[in-house]
Design a binder for this molecule. Structure first.
Ligand SMILES: [Zn+2]
Ligand SMILES: [Zn+2]
Length: 252
């Protein structure tokens, strides 16, 4: 029996650790706070995906003549130049993100970021810098960390905390979709303009391709608002990466 198996057996017998997502007893607690079955149960998006927002598209046949963009992205001009999420915000992925964000399981940042890396290699290879979506300072103080910043730290790109959230917006999930854009409009400013801290000058953003990182994308309103600020700061392209995404419609 190697050391790890002994440690697993001891921990399992003594502490009875439970999976942070499904609450089953963990057979191998040294391998993380989420059981292998939950990681394996994550539903992921498969191509074809919208080139602009990352939503799954109905079929290759339907998109071959078009620009490989979903109906919404074709209809509404958006500041984002690309986007990707691992999968829909439901089931195992939702439970894991929930444990990470609301139960304070910060150790999940690394495996979640690795999952994002595997699903967005092409986007990450185009990016020069990563910028996390900020939390309002009061919310960050209460939670103890910003989940987006934790994820960003493990993506293997230089991180710039270029944005601040200076308005404490209502949580997007609590609002009807029609109100979400208005809720976050004007909520973000360049970090250098925030009065409570001296942020970077953001000169480093000029002419660069930025990857904007958050845990969940609901309607895209938050990502759009952040992307507008980054573009105004001189970013050439802004790509959005999230762990999970709420999909507005079901692919047939
Ligand atoms: Zn589990
Ligand atoms: Zn789209």
């Amino acid at each position: 029996m190697d050391g790890r198996r002994i440690a697993d057996a001891l921990l399992a017998a003594l502490i009875a650790s439970r999976c942070a997502a499904c609450d089953c007893l963990l057979a191998q607690p040294t391998r993380g706070t989420v059981c292998p079955e939950c990681w394996a149960a994550i539903a992921t998006f498969t191509p074809p995906l919208c080139r602009r927002c990352g939503d799954p598209l109905p079929s290759w046949r339907a998109v071959s003549r078009g620009s490989q963009r979903c109906v919404r992205c074709r209809r509404v001009p958006r500041p984002l130049d690309g986007g990707r999420a691992v999968g829909p915000y439901k089931g195992a992925l939702r439970a894991i993100v929930h444990a990470f964000k609301y139960d304070g399981r910060r150790s999940l940042a690394r495996p979640l970021a690795q999952l994002v890396q595997r699903h967005a290699e092409d986007l990450l290879s185009q990016a020069d810098l990563a910028v996390p979506v900020p939390l309002h300072w009061s919310r960050q103080h209460r939670r103890g960390f910003n989940q987006a910043a934790e994820l960003t730290a493990h993506l293997g790109l230089p991180v710039v905390h270029a944005l601040c959230r200076h308005v404490r917006t209502q949580a997007q999930v609590t609002l009807p979709s029609a109100r979400r854009h208005a809720n976050v409009r004007g909520a973000f400013v360049p970090a250098r303009r925030a009065w409570w801290r001296r942020g970077p000058t953001n000169a480093v953003l000029r002419g660069r391709t930025i990857v904007l990182v958050d845990d969940v994308c609901t309607t895209g309103a938050t990502l759009d608002a952040c992307a507008r600020v980054l573009k105004a700061e001189g970013a050439r392209r802004v790509l959005a990466l999230t762990v999970a995404k709420v999909v507005a419609w079901r692919p047939r």
